[in-house]
Design a binder for this molecule. Structure first.
Ligand code: ADP
Length: 442
């Protein structure tokens, strides 16, 4: 008959058993965490390669790239590049998975051995009569439960650690935007319009000044045209105005308030910008225009008004499904537009922002001929009498219609004034104007 063990015996017995539960699970836990870290580092290091892979997939599969890829016979080369990257990434993945597998297997074996050792020991203790059968059963159940609970706790800690690694990455990314100061002003203190005061700018991680000492003043209702060679800093100036970047020197004021002090949402509502490389959404015509003011994206009447102002209405009405026609070739039934038609969609998008009083057009009509551009601008001017307009264009027939013209060269203002003033100056503007006038015969 088995002896009833004393409480003292149970205590002595409990301690080593709980030690086994803890010690046996820890090596596997350490290995797991180390491998999470490894996987994360690998994921981070090779994210540029993974992005390149996605890019190659797009190049090879998208209709709008296909004509050049086919014509220049680039397919095989791009495919080989894709394969090389894939094989390199696959080899790394394979190595890590095998390593992880072996370590997991070895340490798992160790834990299992320790657990079965503990089970065996309990049985032996029971046979030796140090614990009763009832106690042995209880210990076995408690042991198995604590083992499961402890393993779950470690897995959760490991999971938290891994999530934390990825979250850190996300916070690092979000910090990029959080660093821009957020103001709270929602109204100006005067009606002075837009002022740039000695603005300098270098892109982050670069010491090359892209803009230097830029100063100008644009009153409400005035139209400013910016002229300059490619790469002279025109688009960068617009990026500063829209607060996509901060000036590295000087200040920008809107209605007497520094741009940094404005509530960013209010500020952006006042701006309607069409960038040179505006997005051609593979959505419906209505959505492509409606994204200009997301509040009215479903409002058919607003869409029709904006399309009318942007001179897109005539070709939209000819489409079989009108505003419901899907644009682009990514999806079945999508219809492709010409460059000039896309630009009219973009203009209409800018007109959706009916509350915006600063309109910026960064070479919005480059895909149109000079006559169509002039027609659009006459029309545009009549619709924007109260608004400030900044226009970037290489067409002097349009530029001359602006109240003020600014010539930028290598990030600095080289000439500034009205068309007549600049022509009288006989500088760069006058030279380029005469050159184009001879070409176009205007
Ligand atoms: P523009 O609109 O007059 O053609 P940009 O303002 O686009 O000229 O570019 C001005 C200069 O800034 C160019 O030398 C260009 O290489 C550089 N640049 C433009 N964007 C970036 C960027 N995101 N990072 C670093 N340099 C840039």
């Amino acid at each position: 008959m088995l002896k009833s063990p004393s409480t003292h015996t149970s205590h002595i017995f409990c301690r080593p058993v709980s030690l086994v539960v803890i010690v046996a699970a820890i090596p596997a836990f350490i290995a797991e965490t180390r491998f999470s870290e490894h996987t994360f580092r690998l994921f981070r290091w090779r994210s540029p390669e993974t992005r390149e892979q996605h890019y190659l997939e797009t190049l090879l599969a998208r209709e709008d790239y296909a004509k050049e890829v086919k014509l220049y016979q680039l397919g095989a080369r791009f495919l080989q590049r894709y394969r090389d990257t894939f094989e390199r990434l696959y080899a790394e993945d394979r190595r890590l998975t095998i390593q992880k597998g072996w370590w997991g297997y070895g340490l798992g074996l160790l834990s299992t051995g320790a657990f079965y050792g503990a089970y065996g020991w309990m049985v032996l203790e029971a046979i030796a009569g140090k614990i009763s059968l009832g106690e042995m059963t209880m210990y076995l159940v408690v042991f198995r439960q604590s083992q499961a609970t402890f393993a779950n706790a470690l897995t959760s800690i490991g999971g938290m650690y891994e999530d934390n690694l990825y979250l850190e990455n996300l916070y690092e990314f979000l910090d990029l935007d959080i660093n821009t100061p957020q103001g709270s002003v929602i109204q100006g203190i005067n009606q002075e319009g837009l002022q740039f005061e000695n603005v300098d700018f270098c892109y982050p991680d670069s010491t090359v000044p892209v803009l230097q000492n830029i100063s100008f003043h644009l009153q409400h209702g005035e139209k400013l045209a910016i002229v300059g060679k490619n790469g002279s800093g025109k688009t960068t100036l617009i990026k500063l105005l829209t607060r996509l970047y901060q000036p590295t020197g000087g200040n920008i004021f809107l209605d007497g308030i520094n741009l940094n002090d404005w509530d960013t949402d209010i500020l952006r509502q006042r701006l309607g910008v069409i960038f040179q490389n505006f997005v051609q959404y593979q959505f419906t015509v209505g959505e492509n225009i409606g994204v200009g003011d997301i509040e009215y994206v479903e409002d058919a009447q607003q869409l029709a008004i904006a399309a009318e102002k942007g001179m897109a209405q005539p070709f939209i009405t000819k489409m079989s499904q009108g505003f419901q026609t899907r644009l682009g070739k990514w999806f079945r039934g999508g219809q492709e537009l010409s460059g000039g038609q896309w630009q009219k969609i973009a203009l209409s998008r800018a007109f959706m922002r009916s509350q915006a009083d600063i309109l910026v057009l960064d070479e919005p009509t480059a895909a149109m001929d000079a006559e169509a551009e002039m027609q659009i601008f006459n029309h545009f001017r009549s619709l924007t009498q109260e608004k400030m307009v900044i226009l970037i264009s290489h067409r002097f027939s349009t530029v001359r219609m602006a109240d003020k013209i600014m010539v930028i060269a290598d990030g600095k203002i080289s000439e500034q004034g009205s068309h007549e003033e600049l022509m009288a100056l006989k500088g760069r503007y006058a030279h380029l104007f005469n050159l184009q006038a001879a070409g176009y015969g205007f």
